[in-house]
Every structure is written in structure tokens, then in C-alpha cells.
Design a protein around this ligand. Structure first.
Ligand code: ME8
Length: 504
């Protein structure tokens, strides 16, 4: 079982915002889960440097583009670390290994007869880094996404014969109905292809920042013709001396938001076919996380600094909020205030108190000893494990976490219904009291394992408070996993009260 997951590589014209943190964190949940199930995983993220907008920001700051990129790469490298994303490699498109590979890749397309020279005369939106037709702009010639004026470009470029790939792409889509997920994104991509494909320029003249084309060094690769190739190039140099393409291509899942669907679901598979590679296994296109009803976009200046949220609530709480705040896949609007509510009501109350009560009762009533006792388990945990795994295979991150949380609440109801404090009053009930306490520890153990991909710091803390093994193997999401053990003490709060005001 191989599972290779990528996030988009983000533009470095500005610092990371919460939208980038979102894709990175959710990607990490999917990868950690597959790892729990024993898959051989590879997780790639990184930055896209050779954009016109990056070059312009560098110029505004009076820096050489590379110097600017080197400086701003620092907070971008910190993003996966701060989100506790277990990446295997962080790619920068200015890496020598990437540049070499892109030249080789484009040369293969050229040798295949798919590249020709022509004049591009048309509009370009620097915000989107995309050539735009007149119909795609507003009446005033603005890009509808960035609300900035598209620029008129007239230059001799190298074009990719995308039109020649229309039938091949349609055949690919028809053969593989799960090529793009969710369904409505598949339909969007397929109808774009069916509507007719226009060749597009893969090079830019007059911009010194970028990777020179091997057959025409006077031009640099168009930023998308450079950036998309990262998903393959990284495999050739991420581990020196190894060619990871053999292991992980085409077992790749690309995670991205709807803004870049066309590049990933149409242009990229065609480029791969042209260069003689297999198309990716699957693309998952998620929606936008909207804060206060507006897309969080660098270009709109509505920036929320994700690193600050992590400083206040911890990465687990931010990850938890991201997975639950909106239904993954759909667009959704969420408030930053929601983090605090979920932290207090769900993390501290539902989960934290369950652990505190359980451990305190074992310490108080059973002197810290856990015994199987005699009580029917209240939950079908293996059934939960199968359900969550099936959901995560479909990238239903929110549904999977909701399913786990239902069981967290069910265990709380079980405590109320069984009232161990009543059972403890009478020695005759000890077997039942033991059984109820065992079911609580057993349930919490399995739920901690199931929660580990979402909250990788919290899960081991729960297991350790219960004196249970910290092994996160997915087989442990079942009934009867908890070991009889002594020495359980009342646990420290999992999610202590935070006195800081919520960030604005
Ligand atoms: O497009 N909600 O980079 P980019 C959810 N360099 N996700 C969001 C988001 C939001 N509000 N805002 C951003 C590029 N994202 C190219 C990609 S890949 C070969 C090149 C996430 O910095 C989401 O994953 O504009 C989206 O697709 C990506 O950031 C765009 O990042």
C-alpha cells in the first residue's frame, strides 16, 4: 500500500495565511491516517517561487528575486512545522534538482512534438498568474477574483498543444470516474474538457525570473509549467541517491482548492501524458474556508495569521477546528471565535472532562487499578474504525471526525447513565463498577487512536494518562484493546482554560 499526498506549492509573494494552513493540516490528517493503516506514505508540500507576482514584490522591496525568495521561504517552511504536519519533503521551485527536472520534462514534451512557437496576444491576471480570455473578465476588464485590471501581453511564446489531448483526457475521465473528487468537481473538470481545449503558452519572454527553456534560453517557463512539475521532480531528489518515482508515481493524490482546478485536473494530466508519464491516481478539490464571509486571500488583504492562532490554542485545537468548522470539500464560512467555542465546549468539556472523570474515578474508587470487570461495552468500536477508515479513504475528513466525536459524547452519556459514583457505594457492585470503568478506558483508548491523525499531540497524552500503549496502529480501534493495568492517577486537564482573549 502506497500513499503519496501533495498540497499545492504556495506562492511566496506574501506570508502564509489560514487557507494555506488549512490544506496543509487536512493533508496531514489524511497522511497520518494512512500511515496508521500501515501504508508506505510520502507527504510533499512547498513553495512556488517563479511567479511574476513574486518577482514584482522583490522589485518593490529592492531585492534580487532569489534573495527575496530565500528570506520569505523561512515563514513558509515554518508553516508545516507549526501545524504539526508530518511532511517528508519541502520543495522550493528554485531548488537545483527541481530546475534540472523541469527542463528535462519540458524537453520531453518538446521532443514529443507538442510544443510550437506562436504569438500570445491577450490578457494576463498577475494575481491568478493566468492567461484570461475577454469573457473571463468583467465588463471593465477586471479579474473577477482579484478585482484588479488584467494586463495586456503581446509576446512570442512557446505553446503546448493542449487541444491534441482533448480525446485522451475525456477517455481518462470516462475510464476513471473517481479521477477527480468530489463528483461535482469531476463534472466541472470534465465539462471544461468537453467544451474544447485551447493550446496555452508555457513560456514567458521578457521576465528574467524563472527556469530558462532548454531549447530557447531567452524564455523562461511559464510559472504553472514549472510549478506543476514539482509533484514529480521532488521524487527525484528528496532522498539523495534514491529515485522515489518508482515507489510513489503514479500512486499520488493531489490535494488542492477549487481555484486551481483547471491547472491540476486538465493541464497537468495532459502535460504528463505528453512527457510520457502516467497521470496521477486522484485529485481531491476542496472548497474555500471563508472567514467572515470573505475568501481569505493575500490579494484581498484579508489576512489572518495562522501561526498566532496556534500560539494561543495549540496546533491540535486549530487542526480540530479546521476539520470540523466547515464540511471538508464544500465552501464554508467559519469564525475565528469558533475556535474558542470548540476548544471550551468540545475539547475541554467533551473530551478533556471525560478523561479527567474516568481517571479520577479509577484512582478514587479502584486505587488506580483497571480490571475488566463485568459490563457490556456500550460502543461498537471496530464498526467505528471501519466507518472512519472508509470515510477517510473518500477524504471525508469532517464526516470521519464527526463520527468519532459522536462516540466521545456517547461515552459521556454512558458515564451519566451508569453513575459509577453510585455503584461505588456498594461492594456488591464492584464487578459492574470495574466493567464500566474498563469500558470507559477501552473506549477512550480506541478513540485516542482514531483521533491521532487529527490531534497528533493529544492522542498520546490520552493514552499515557490511561497507562495504555501509545501504539497508534489502526487495529487498535476496536473493543477490548485496553490492558488491565495499575497505577492510573487523576489526569491533568487535557485542554486547560485559556485566559487570553480570542484573537480579533
Ligand atoms: O495557487 N480556503 O498558490 P496559492 C481553503 N502556487 N484553501 C485555501 C484558501 C482558502 N481560503 N486560500 C488558499 C497557487 N488556499 C499556486 C499553486 S501548485 C503546483 C501551484 C489553499 O499560494 C488551497 O489549497 O495561491 C489553494 O488551492 C492554494 O492555497 C492556493 O495557494
Amino acid at each position: 500500500m502506497r500513499f503519496y499526498l501533495t498540497t499545492p506549492i504556495y506562492y511566496v509573494n506574501s506570508t502564509p495565511h489560514i487557507g494555506h494552513a488549512y490544506t496543509t493540516a487536512i493533508g496531514d490528517m489524511l497522511v497520518r491516517h494512512q500511515r496508521q493503516r500501515g501504508a508506505d506514505t510520502f507527504f510533499l508540500t512547498g513553495v512556488d517561487e517563479h511567479a511574476t507576482k513574486v518577482w514584482r514584490v522583490a522589485q518593490e522591496q529592492g531585492l534580487e528575486a532569489q534573495e527575496y525568495a530565500d528570506r520569505i521561504a523561512v515563514p513558509w517552511r515554518e508553516l508545516p512545522e507549526r501545524m504539526n504536519a508530518s511532511i517528508d519533503f519541502f520543495i522550493r521551485t528554485s531548488d537545483e534538482g527541481h530546475k534540472r527536472f523541469v527542463r528535462d520534462f519540458l524537453q520531453r514534451m518538446y521532443d514529443n512534438g507538442d510544443i510550437y512557437q506562436d504569438v500570445y496576444a491577450g490578457w494576463y491576471c498577475v494575481g491568478c498568474e493566468e492567461f484570461k480570455s475577454e469573457e473571463e473578465l468583467t465588463e471593465d476588464g477586471l479579474c473577477p477574483i482579484h478585482l484588479t485590471k488584467a494586463e495586456w501581453i503581446e509576446e512570442k511564446n512557446w505553446f503546448f498543444r493542449l487541444s491534441a489531448y482533448q480525446d485522451k483526457l475525456l477517455a481518462l475521465y470516462d475510464e476513471r470516474p473517481d479521477f477527480v473528487r468530489p463528483d461535482f468537481r469531476y463534472n466541472e473538470a470534465r465539462s471544461f474538457i468537453a467544451g474544447g481545449l485551447r493550446d496555452f503558452s508555457i513560456s514567458r519572454a521578457g521576465q528574467p525570473w524563472g527556469i530558462p527553456l532548454p531549447w530557447d534560453e531567452s524564455q523562461v517557463a511559464y510559472v504553472w509549467a514549472d510549478a506543476l512539475v514539482n509533484y514529480l521532480s521532488a521524487l527525484t531528489y528528496a532522498r539523495p541517491g534514491e529515485d522515489l518515482r518508482e515507489s510513489y508515481w503514479p500512486a499520488v493524490h493531489h490535494l488542492l482548492a477549487k481555484d486551481i482546478l483547471r491547472f491540476h485536473c486538465v493541464y497537468w494530466p495532459a502535460m504528463l501524458l505528453s512527457a510520457g508519464y502516467e497521470p496521477p491516481q486522484q485529485l481531491f478539490v476542496h472548497g474555500y474556508l471563508l472567514l467572515d464571509e470573505r475568501k481569505i486571500s493575500k490579494s484581498l488583504g484579508n489576512i489572518v495569521e495562522p501561526l498566532e492562532l496556534i500560539d494561543v490554542y495549540g496546533s491540535d485545537a486549530v487542526r480540530y477546528w479546521m476539520a470540523r468548522a466547515i464540511s471538508f470539500g464544500q465552501d464554508g464560512s467559519a469564525s475565528i471565535e469558533g475556535i474558542r467555542e470548540r476548544y471550551e465546549n468540545e475539547l475541554a468539556n467533551d473530551l478533556g472532562n471525560l478523561l479527567s472523570r474516568t481517571t479520577a474515578m479509577i484512582a478514587q474508587y479502584r486505587d488506580g487499578s483497571l480490571r475488566q470487570g463485568d459490563a457490556e461495552p456500550p460502543l461498537d468500536l471496530a464498526g467505528l474504525g471501519a466507518d472512519v477508515a472508509e470515510r477517510l479513504d473518500r477524504f471525508d475528513v469532517t464526516g470521519a471526525l464527526d463520527a468519532v466525536w459522536e462516540r466521545v459524547r456517547a461515552l459521556n452519556q454512558y458515564v451519566t447513565a451508569e453513575a459509577p459514583w453510585q455503584l461505588a457505594k456498594d461492594d456488591a457492585n464492584h464487578a459492574r463498577l470495574d466493567g464500566v470503568l474498563y469500558n470507559l478506558v477501552d473506549g477512550l483508548t480506541a478513540l485516542a487512536v482514531a483521533l491521532a491523525p487529527f490531534m497528533p499531540e493529544t492522542a498520546p497524552r490520552i493514552l499515557s494518562a490511561l497507562n495504555q500503549s501509545e501504539d497508534l496502529a489502526w487495529e487498535r480501534v476496536r473493543n477490548g484493546v485496553a490492558e488491565e493495568i495499575d497505577g492510573i492517577a487523576a489526569a491533568q486537564p487535557l485542554f486547560p482554560r485559556i485566559e487570553l482573549p480570542a484573537p480579533a
